[in-house]
Design a protein around this ligand. Structure first.
Ligand code: 5GP
Ligand code: ZN
Length: 114
């Protein structure tokens, strides 16, 4: 996916403020943070939306959540609380079509979201 922003961050073509990386998953700070902690956890594999997940991606999506759990702990959010979100397609406000798990925390988060 040559024109995918998050593939470019994953392969180093575009710099990102990276907080975690493994062979399969990358996490970096959101460029426009909506909370004191706002990290995006992405698979290195290009998957456009949650609709495009395949059963073979089960472990990958699990790993993404484990990474979010770890980063939340590093930010001392485990007890106070945090939120993880996937936005899927336009009605949910997805703007980058390479799946990313938002990790938000460090303030009280309203529910339901807007
Ligand atoms: P979505 O709306 O698709 O769920 O979330 C996309 C997120 O990517 C937004 O929170 C936006 O601020 C973030 N974002 C967009 N472009 C960049 C970028 O170039 N670098 C980083 N680090 N985040 C980005
Ligand atoms: Zn991509």
């Amino acid at each position: 996916m040559n024109d995918c922003l998050f593939c470019k961050i994953s392969n180093g073509e575009i710099s990102g403020d990276i907080v975690y990386e493994s062979d399969s998953v990358l996490a970096f700070n959101d460029i426009n943070p909506q909370a004191p902690t706002h990290v995006l956890v992405i698979p290195r594999k290009h998957i456009a939306t949650l609709n495009d997940l395949k059963s073979e991606d089960r472990e990958l999506v699990g790993e993404m959540h484990m990474v979010a759990q770890q980063i939340a702990g590093e930010h001392n959010l485990s007890e106070s609380g945090y939120r993880t979100v996937f936005n899927c397609n336009d009605a949910a406000g997805q703007t980058v079509f390479h799946i990313h798990l938002h990790l938000l925390g460090g303030r009280n988060l309203d529910w339901p979201p807007g």
